[in-house]
Design a binder for this molecule. Structure first.
Ligand SMILES: Nc1nc2c(c(=O)[nH]1)N[C@H]1C(S)=C(S)[C@@H](COP(=O)(O)OP(=O)(O)OC[C@H]3O[C@@H](n4cnc5c(=O)[nH]c(N)nc54)[C@H](O)[C@@H]3O)O[C@H]1N2
Ligand SMILES: Nc1nc2c(c(=O)[nH]1)N[C@H]1C(S)=C(S)[C@@H](COP(=O)(O)OP(=O)(O)OC[C@H]3O[C@@H](n4cnc5c(=O)[nH]c(N)nc54)[C@H](O)[C@@H]3O)O[C@H]1N2
Ligand SMILES: [Mo]
Length: 733
């Protein structure tokens, strides 16, 4: 069903005519609007430097050096002390000063009269806290529990102090939580079944690899700093293979690019395995010493998989499969990086298990420079002190209640006994980032109160009753680690918070104070402590030993960054896997317990119906992180509106020419966008990139359905989303 609300809206900015919208003539004016250009801030005042940490949900999690003159940020750059950031920032990172001083920042707490009306009025922090606290207390009074209060928080900012939001809600009693992640669950489960958990080698070890396969990852856009190590490896003779249905910017750097049929990577990996087994190229001793279920797996391969079959499924010629199988198996060590994009399918977890098996049979796991690298959490061993204050005395019930973050709208609507009446949203933009935002909108409509803490008036804020303005990293304190590299970065307060902004931790303290004023004992969250005191409480002996740094203060004084000990940077070096058997499990009973085949088998891809024959993929965009950055003037000047990419052959079939407006439709809704014709996209697929453009009513998710991926339940509580198994029809508008 096409929702009335979204069907008539297009991406067009206001009533701008297409011609002027597409022209880049307005760029200069736009960039100059409302901001003091950095170049003019040269006043010969006091010049200071601070260390900051980019807290976005990104592999690179960079260490930043910030120059402040007379209390204003005048320059930022990457920290040279961090060998991964290597003194450079990505295209988005370089825009941070524009993020801080953007005229579009939310400056004060505000209340909206009529959700979605745009009729906002400024209120004081005290008023905001009072409205929210009263609602929480009313809910508790009416339902005898705080379960009707629901938190949806995810990845806008991974500063570890931001877990204060979870802590604050835990401090009022049991609440409802959006559980799971839209990001990595299927692949994370696959690696958990195979090895006990996902755990990746240090990306700086690309330099030690003899062969690199980037399997459905696009680091040229999504992990720019990793490309440095990959390029260096290439320069010294390492072969780079990229496997992706799209000819990405990363693919353009490859020695060999393999355009695979989408969602058939399991067949490619299993076909390669067949070749490796037939030609005795596997590491017999490794599998004997370190795995269970190998014989069952070999029997499956011999009975079910041929290279001809793999070639037919994948569209990759037999000769190519054989050649890369031999090259991969004989390179020592060979490195695979599995991207998150690749597992966003209904068979995503199964594909990752097949690729893991390829790395295991060739003995590439546990080797410096090798590995089957996906994600890791070894450096995340902080105290998460902000989370642990317990529920107030006399709280009824036993535990929080969970709704699936990946089907949030529908599950909030379904929740009963008690129903959900209030939402707290932080570090999240569900109206943009979730599939089927029209369902999310319905869930919002049922709420008594929606509170969103954010920096900008995005789609989610627009549907909230109260908005709380938050700080940028430069205005607060913290520490960040990555799920990819092995560095820890300090975040210092470089400038005073602008306007009336506060960090999520300060908000937690403020609300707790108000709750206790109105109803003593109703919130256990501490109401005092400087941010520096809070961050020091995060360090423990494990962290001190891993990074060789005693405190946050020492970290910031010693260059703002520290690297984990070598010991943890080679995943599974001790070959002690965290599976039930302690071995690599080709045969996983855990997988079977969760309803999957115990072996890494081929699972057929999802297919569209007759009416919706075109695959619509929505990968991550170069000039933004999800809904962040793209609306900042410098990036908006490069790309000021969304578009749909398609192959010229597909366009021709539908009489579509470059820049023609195209409807992209399915049961979830539709979008109208200008076409960008490119041979980088297969002819059966269209591409919508993630993004939020200022004043543009766009999210790629308007026509993305909430189709679950196969795995995720074991390690993340909920399955992932098959974002790339979305099928549509297109027509010229
Ligand atoms: N600039 C930028 N950087 C980011 C982000 C961002 O939004 N923008 N987001 C961050 C986050 S949260 C994440 S999760 C990561 C994502 O990082 P990546 O995984 O690198 O990014 P994606 O764009 O999601 O997907 C990567 C590739 O997977 C391919 N792919 C999709 N389906 C298949 C398939 O069936 N087989 C194969 N072989 N390939 C397939 C897509 O074509 C795409 O090129 O990036 C992080 N970094
Ligand atoms: N169609 C499609 N949809 C996708 C994906 C896809 O590939 N295709 N990818 C999915 C993936 S991998 C991910 S990780 C999710 C990401 O989904 P989200 O985590 O929702 O994404 P973001 O847009 O990065 O961040 C959300 C909000 O956090 C705010 N924010 C930033 N800093 C702070 C802070 O300090 N405090 C508070 N309170 N707010 C802050 C930002 O302004 C932004 O509005 O999107 C998913 N959605
Ligand atoms: Mo993600």
């Amino acid at each position: 069903m096409i929702t009335e609300n979204f069907s008539r809206r297009t991406f067009l900015k206001g009533s701008a005519a297409l011609g002027s919208l597409l022209g880049l003539g307005a760029v200069g004016t736009k960039a100059a609007e409302g901001l003091i250009p950095l170049a003019s801030a040269k006043a010969a005042g006091k010049k200071e430097q601070f260390y900051n940490a980019c807290p976005r949900n990104c592999y690179d999690t960079c260490s930043i050096v910030t120059t402040v003159e007379d209390g204003r940020i005048t320059f930022i750059t990457g920290n040279e002390n961090n060998n991964y950031t290597k003194g450079r920032l990505c295209v988005k990172g370089n825009t941070y000063p524009r993020v801080v001083y953007s005229p579009d920042r939310i400056k004060y707490p505000m209340r909206q009269k009529g959700r979605g009306s745009g009729n906002w009025e400024r209120i004081s922090w005290d008023e905001a806290y009072t409205i929210i606290a009263k609602k929480i207390l009313d809910i508790k009074e009416e339902y005898g529990t705080t379960l009707p209060v629901c938190l949806n928080k995810y990845s806008g900012n991974f500063n570890i102090l931001n877990y204060a939001t979870e802590g604050m809600l835990s401090s009022i009693g049991y609440t409802t939580r959006a559980q799971g992640t839209p990001c990595d669950p299927a692949g994370s489960d696959a690696q958990a079944f195979d090895m006990g958990t996902a755990y990746n080698n240090d990306p700086e070890q690309f330099l030690d690899a003899d062969y690199i396969i980037l399997w459905g990852s696009n680091p040229a856009w999504t992990s720019a700093h990793s490309m440095y190590f990959i390029n260096q490896a290439k320069e010294k003779g390492t072969k780079l293979v990229v496997i992706d249905p799209l000819i990405t910017q990363t693919a353009s750097k490859a020695d060999e690019y393999i355009q695979i049929n989408t969602s058939t990577d399991g067949a490619l990996a299993l076909g390669m395995i067949r070749y490796i087994i037939d030609h005795q190229l596997y590491d017999e001793q490794w599998v004997r010493d370190n795995s269970i279920g190998f014989n069952d797996f070999v029997a499956y391969i011999k009975n079910n998989i041929t290279i001809e079959w793999a070639a037919e499924k994948t569209g990759v010629p037999k000769k190519v499969i054989e050649r890369i199988a031999r090259e991969y198996a004989t390179a020592k060590p060979a490195n695979i990086w599995i991207g998150f994009g690749m597992q966003r399918h209904t068979n995503g977890g199964a594909m990752v298990r097949a690729i893991d098996a390829l790395a295991a049979i060739t003995g590439n796991i546990g080797k410096r420079g090798g590995g089957v690298n996906y994600i890791g959490g070894e450096t995340w061993g902080f105290n998460y002190h902000t989370m642990g204050f317990g529920v107030p005395e006399g709280t009824k019930g036993e535990a929080d209640r969970y709704v699936n973050m990946n089907n949030f709208g529908a599950q909030v609507l379904d929740a009963n006994d008690p129903p959900i009446k209030m939402m707290w949203i932080a570090c999240r933009n569900p109206m943009a980032q979730d599939p089927e935002p029209n369902v999310v909108k319905k869930a919002f409509e049922k709420m008594d109160l929606v509170v969103t803490a954010d920096l900008y008036m995005n789609q989610t804020v627009e549907l909230s009753d109260i908005v709380l303005p938050v700080t940028t990293p430069f205005e607060t304190v913290g520490v960040n680690v990555s799920y990819w590299h092995y560095w820890m970065n300090a975040n210092e307060q470089a400038i005073k918070p602008l306007y009336e902004t506060k960090s999520d931790l300060e908000i937690a303290m403020g609300l707790s104070k108000k709750l206790n004023e109105l109803s003593p004992g109703s919130c256990t969250f501490p109401v005092t402590g400087s941010l520096e005191e809070w961050v020091e409480k995060e360090f423990n002996d494990g962290i001190r030993e891993m990074f060789g740094v005693n405190s946050w203060d020492e970290l910031r004084k010693n260059g703002g960054t520290a690297k984990a000990t070598e010991k943890v940077t080679v995943a599974w070096e001790d070959l002690k896997f965290r599976t039930p058997s302690g071995k690599y499990e080709f045969y996983s009973e855990k997988a079977a317990e969760y309803g999957h085949h115990p072996l890494p088998v081929f699972v057929e891809p999802y297919k569209g119906d007759k009416e919706h024959p075109i695959r619509c993929m929505s990968p991550h965009w170069k000039l933004g992180i999800h809904s962040q950055f793209q609306h900042i003037d410098w990036l908006d000047a490069i790309q000021s509106h969304p578009f749909v990419e398609m192959h010229p052959d597909l366009a021709k079939k539908h009489s579509i020419k470059e820049n023609d407006l195209v409807h992209v439709k399915n049961d979830a809704g539709y979008l109208t966008l200008p076409a960008k014709l490119t041979k980088t996209v297969p002819a059966d697929t269209v591409i919508l990139y993630e993004g939020w453009w200022k004043d543009v009513n766009y999210t790629e998710n308007f026509n993305v359905k909430a189709i679950p991926a196969d795995m995720g339940h074991y390690s993340k509580g909920q399955r992932g989303i098959a974002f790339h198994d979305n099928f549509v029809k297109i027509e010229k508008a």
